[in-house]
Write a protein that binds this ligand. Structure first.
Ligand SMILES: Cc1cc2nc3c(=O)[nH]c(=O)nc-3n(C[C@H](O)[C@H](O)[C@H](O)COP(=O)(O)OP(=O)(O)OC[C@H]3O[C@@H](n4cnc5c(N)ncnc54)[C@H](O)[C@@H]3O)c2cc1C
Length: 341
């Protein structure tokens, strides 16, 4: 956030470095109020909110006085297809009336408002112009948090809960629309572009911490008197490959952040997709090697490895499953070679 909004005024590339440091602690992003989904909603409101929306919602969000959530994914529709959803928002006098069913709304429990993705223009021939984003205060009659879904590695904290939400004709003023009517898909892409950089740099912070744990253990654990675990070539391979993969991943993410800053999210689509599926896998590989090197200790809660192993598995699914990013990058590349994709 810019300093006039109470932020540190960092560019995306500068924030990426900070995000890596914060990622070394499971609490880092939360303590500094830069956790998903709040940070994405802050960026969204800053760039596309009206003055009134920013005063009412952005200011307290930046101060950390309130939390927020983002409700897009629905149980009945494939979340991987972001233009296909059942939730609708219909104009009625001066209001939007919203009906629909959402789930995996991170941090809905305790959120002061939700950003709701709903179809407002079903008749549009362009499937990418049918949905809009609308702010719904969670105390609006008709907004129901049905409950929290139990997700592997994510139990125990409201800010990491994943809510099932019903909109039973929730009525909010027309002025709660963010950006233009029908711009929901475009705004979601812009919101997620920077968000993927945040996640990836957080994963690199996790990789660095796991790497420290792996190396410290390999350098000190004795298999027999004077016989160090790190003397085994198999373990040396884990160390060297992890080092190379983490360094490569960091440069790739910083390049993506730099491309977003210079050219905008839509011109950085390949870079964003590539870092998303690459780094989500890098963190799994590095964690796996560290856990293996620690033996049974790696499975305990004496280190953060076991927590991250389950907590970060979701990274290959949320913000676009690996397969979606892989196929969309490949299609765009092949199109440049004249392929009919
Ligand atoms: C921890 C976590 C937090 C989340 N937070 C939020 C949130 O705050 N707000 C929100 O709205 N949503 C959130 N989500 C939901 C997330 O965005 C969706 O789970 C994701 O978009 C995938 O949608 P889906 O689960 O419906 O899977 P589906 O779309 O049903 O896909 C299932 C699987 O099919 C495969 N697949 C899908 N499409 C293709 C394709 N084109 N080619 C090949 N294979 C394919 C992939 O392997 C995918 O994993 C969260 C999810 C998790 C796990």
């Amino acid at each position: 956030m810019p300093t006039e909004w109470g932020g540190a005024g960092l560019s995306l590339t500068e924030f990426a470095h900070l995000s890596e440091e914060l990622g070394r602690s499971p609490l880092g992003h939360y303590v500094f109020n830069v956790q998903a989904p709040d940070v994405g909603n802050m960026e969204l409101l800053l760039s596309h909110g009206t003055d009134e929306q920013r005063d009412r919602w952005l200011r307290p969000l930046v101060r950390g006085d309130i939390r927020s959530c983002f409700t897009m994914t629905e149980p009945e529709f494939a979340g991987s297809n972001p233009v296909w959803m059942g939730t609708t928002a219909v104009k009625d006098g001066g209001s939007w009336v919203i009906r629909g069913h959402k789930w995996f709304s991170t941090a809905a429990d305790g959120a002061a408002f939700a950003v709701c993705m709903a179809v407002t223009n079903p008749e549009s021939k362009n499937a990418h112009r049918r949905a809009s984003m609308i702010i719904v205060p969670t105390d609006t009659p008709g907004f129901e948090l049905v409950g929290n879904i139990s997700v592997m590695g994510h139990r125990g904290a409201d800010h990491q809960s994943h809510g099932e939400v019903m909109y039973h004709g929730a009525r909010v003023p027309l002025s709660n629309l963010i950006g233009e009517e029908g711009a929901g898909f475009e705004l979601a892409q812009a919101r997620l572009g920077a968000g993927r950089v945040h996640h990836c740099m957080r994963w690199i912070g996790i990789c660095e911490r796991a790497f420290d744990i792996l190396c410290r253990h390999a350098a000190t654990r004795q298999l027999a008197p004077g016989d160090l675990l790190g003397s085994r070539q198999l373990v040396q391979q884990w160390v060297a490959e992890s080092r190379g993969e983490i360094d490569g991943a960091r440069l790739m993410v910083l390049h993506a952040a730099w491309t977003i800053e210079r050219k905008g999210t839509s011109e950085a689509r390949d870079e964003i997709s590539i870092i998303k599926f690459t780094v989500a896998r890098t963190v799994q590989r590095v964690l796996d090697r560290a856990i293996q090197a620690l033996g049974a200790l790696g499975l305990t809660d004496e280190t953060p490895l076991a927590f991250w192993w389950t907590h970060e598995r979701g990274g290959r699914i949320y913000d676009g499953a690996d397969e979606v990013h892989i196929t969309s990058v490949a299609k765009r590349i092949l199109r440049r070679y004249g392929g009919e994709q």
